[in-house]
Design a binder for this molecule. Structure first.
Ligand SMILES: *Cc1c(COP(=O)(O)O)cnc(C)c1O
Length: 359
């Protein structure tokens, strides 16, 4: 009756919604620092675009995302056929796997890494080969050495979640040279906007021209703060995009998401401001944690791994009961860590205050 691969899958457990925690624990004030969302509201121009688009939701959306595609192609100097839009970049992961792999094929990922890579691969019946991180950095040589005749896709989170590190340009180029062109390299750049100002962060959009096996994945969920609308996009060679498009559902990106994303890319100064605020708050975390003598992993994203000792699960629970949702990393195999999203100044102050009391 059932696709037997499903029986082996542990469902993805997202960070718990604020309302659910309020209801369950009878709390009035709950701060969520668990899903790496942007804590600030969308730009006024995005809200305005949403109001306008709301009047048109009786119609199906534009399946080709015409205006957004045109704007993004211009901005990134791409052929519009090099772009694909998805219902969140999660959907791009799923579409790519459906387009590129069959039952029994092998997918390579790091360990620990973003869980959707493995979950989506298992649904298709692909096998996962994991290559452990080395002090939170990718072991690219190990990943290249793991490639076999059955390997179809390699997932690279850059920067990765939960590690928070990025792979510099030179290492990426050296890696891509070693990977056969029949193996797709899925570069998940969900946190691109937080890392791209680093001098040696790779310009993968340029690499796509030379490497037809590279798929770049980005999202409006993280820095652009549209997590609730679900929109992400992929950049690759037109042939690769054409392949992935064959498994795309006709109206996969809704019209509100398209309108909001277009307004986002046209209001970049607002979002530069948001990114700067988050960077300032990241420094606040570093200072406070250093002051408390609590070890953490330096990060190029809007979340931070904090080493709290072998009671990570209990600590996460204590924080939850005091109205702060964080991620206990034991599910990822990081027994000593919690992952905390960088929030607004008020949220972060509350977190530090409660952490002092709970640790
Ligand atoms: C959050 C996240 C995504 C998913 O983003 P959506 O576009 O909201 O689906 C993808 N990859 C990584 C590494 C993430 O942390």
């Amino acid at each position: 009756m059932v696709n037997k691969h499903l029986l082996k899958i542990k469902p993805y457990q997202p960070g718990r919604p604020i309302e659910e925690v309020k209801r369950e624990l009878g709390l009035k004030d709950v701060v969520k620092l668990a899903s790496n969302e942007n804590p600030y509201p969308p730009s006024p121009k995005v809200i305005q675009a949403l109001h306008q688009a709301a009047r048109g939701v009786n119609r199906y959306p534009d399946g080709g995302c015409y205006y957004l595609r045109r704007e993004m192609a211009r901005r990134w100097k791409l052929d519009p056929r090099q772009l694909i839009f998805a219902n969140g970049s999660d959907e791009l992961i799923i579409m790519s796997l459906r387009a590129l792999t069959e039952r029994g094929d092998v997918v390579i990922t790091a360990q620990p890494t973003f869980m959707i890579y493995a979950i989506a691969s298992k649904v298709i019946g692909a096998k996962i080969k994991t290559v452990p991180l080395r002090s939170f950095h990718y072991d690219l040589d190990g990943m290249a050495a793991a490639v076999s005749a059955r390997t179809r896709v390699i997932f690279i989170g850059n920067p990765d979640n939960p590690g928070g590190q990025y792979i510099p340009k030179k290492q990426i180029e050296r890696f891509l040279k070693k990977i056969p062109k029949r193996v797709a390299v899925f570069m998940d750049e969900a946190y691109y906007e937080y890392a791209c100002q680093e001098r040696d962060y790779p310009d993968t959009v340029k690499l796509v021209k030379r490497y037809p096996n590279v798929i770049i994945s980005r999202t409006f969920s993280k820095m652009y703060g549209l997590a609730g609308l679900r929109i992400g996009y992929g950049i690759a060679n037109p042939k690769m995009i054409d392949l992935i498009s064959r498994v795309r559902e006709p109206f996969n990106v809704n019209s509100l998401a398209q309108a909001a994303a277009l307004a986002c890319v046209r209001d970049r100064s607002y979002y530069r401001g948001v990114a700067r605020k988050i960077e300032r708050q990241r420094s606040y975390f570093y200072r406070q944690l250093t002051g408390l003598g609590v070890p953490f992993v330096q990060t190029y994203t809007n979340f931070i791994l904090i080493r709290v000792g072998n009671n990570a699960r209990d600590l996460a629970k204590r924080l939850l009961h005091r109205g702060i949702i964080v991620r206990d990393m034991t599910v990822w195999g990081l027994q000593d860590y919690i992952r905390v999203t960088i929030g607004t100044q008020t949220e972060n102050r509350k977190f530090i205050k409660v952490l002092k009391k709970s640790i």
